[in-house]
Design a binder for this molecule. Structure first.
Ligand code: NAD
Length: 358
């Protein structure tokens, strides 16, 4: 098969990690007999520098002409909050998600077997294993609601951010989560704040209604504050977690951190139609950019998700995951996951080793 992949290298360490991930894609192509065409797409701070805006005209159309989108990371101090919205990299990220209709963000928080000691949790907790698929609603809720800022006569400035959810938005993310749970341990935790928020009460009622269509999946309601506690007390209890945009933003970072390293975790953002967007969960790490110190594994595992979810090639995805686990089991470490006394290798070398394992 021939696949077209839109490649957004972005800012900071983006170009370094994406280059290694592209090497892995080529290696998979050689082993399994697929060919790939890479289409360069400019987005983020580098686009602001090149054409004056972070989300150049025609970006969405270019991505839509491909089967999947691979993104490194965008952002950096050069394009901070003092810049106009159209020059900020974050504006471009929100816009591409919305324009591609990417309503579901999947983050796979796993503790790789060779890295149990890297979790900040107690060893006996970490050893029980962490393998959570976090499903976050991505294009609704408070991040996309109406905002207002106005003067009051007696309380100074007042602001509002509206959190709105429709049954349609909840049902489509809910069904996606139930379907994912079916492919895993068939356990779904739906996270809300139904004791306080009206949007959460609607969320809960929709989840319970659609649960009838998935009798093989065990559905549990978890309040968001309790979920935050349970993720550090015993993350092994979770299989798939589904939640709205802002809760998911916060909880998915927490779920990631209990596994130990930001540089290890992939994500996929998918909609009803192709293309999905695949990116590491970390940012552009300007502090180590251009120094060959970045860990490319999160981006490489994002490519594994691309093979699984956009190309429906689970064998190829498993080959990538196995190549990463072998590199780690053989003791190879980038600086972010090296313990004191362990020799660290660079981004390029880690990429080469993983390609060699494939
Ligand atoms: P960050 O994830 O870029 O970095 C946090 C820390 O983790 C840094 O010390 C960094 O060196 C380290 N780190 C991150 N990824 C690493 C990797 N692959 N290998 C080794 N070490 C790694 O978060 P930040 O510093 O808060 O943000 C930096 C910039 O990235 C900001 O402009 C932010 O807006 C942007 N950002 C972009 C995305 C995205 O593109 N999706 C996501 C988060 C942050």
């Amino acid at each position: 098969m021939n696949y077209r992949i839109a490649v957004i290298k972005g800012d900071g360490i983006g170009p370094e990690i994406v280059t290694e991930a592209m090497g892995v894609i080529e290696a998979v192509g050689e082993k399994f007999g697929h060919t790939f065409q890479f289409v360069d797409v400019l987005l983020g701070g580098c686009a602001t520098d090149a054409v004056g805006k972070s989300y150049p005209d025609g970006t969405a159309e270019k991505c839509k002409s491909c089967d999947a989108v691979l993104l490194g990371a965008v952002g950096g101090p050069k394009w901070g909050p003092d810049k106009p919205a159209e020059q900020r990299p974050e504006t471009a990220l929100l816009a591409i998600r919305k324009d591609l209709g990417l309503y579901a963000n999947l983050r796979h928080a796993t503790l790789r077997p060779a890295l149990v000691d890297y979790s900040p949790l107690k060893r006996e907790t970490a050893e029980k294993g962490i393998d959570i698929m976090m499903v976050r609603e991505l294009i609704g809720g408070i991040y996309f609601g109406k905002r207002d800022r106005y003067e009051t006569p007696d309380r100074g400035v007042e602001c509002t951010d509206l959190m709105a959810y429709s049954e349609m938005e909840i049902e489509r993310i809910g069904r996606r989560a139930f379907e994912l749970a079916r492919l895993r341990k068939k356990k779904l935790a739906s996270v809300d704040k139904a004791n306080v928020l009206e949007t959460s009460r609607l969320w809960r009622s929709v989840m319970h209604r659609i649960a009838a269509d998935y009798p093989d999946v065990e559905l549990t309601d978890v309040l968001v504050d309790n979920c935050a506690m349970q993720l550090v007390r015993d993350p092994s209890q979770f299989d798939v977690i589904v939640t709205e945009n802002m809760f998911g933003d916060i909880l998915s970072d927490e779920a990631s951190m209990v596994t130990g390293s930001l540089g290890m975790l992939p994500s996929a953002s998918i909609g009803s139609e192709a293309p999905g967007l695949y990116e590491p969960i970390h940012g552009s790490a300007p502090d180590i950019a251009g120094q060959d110190k970045a860990n490319p594994i999160a981006t490489i595992l994002s490519v594994a998700m691309m093979f699984k979810y956009s190309f429906q090639l689970p064998k190829e995805a498993a080959a990538i995951e196995a190549a990463v686990d072998k590199a780690l089991a053989d003791g190879w470490r980038t600086a972010d996951i090296a313990k004191p006394g362990e020799t660290a290798i660079g981004c390029k070398k880690m990429g080469e080793i993983i390609c060699g394992n494939i």
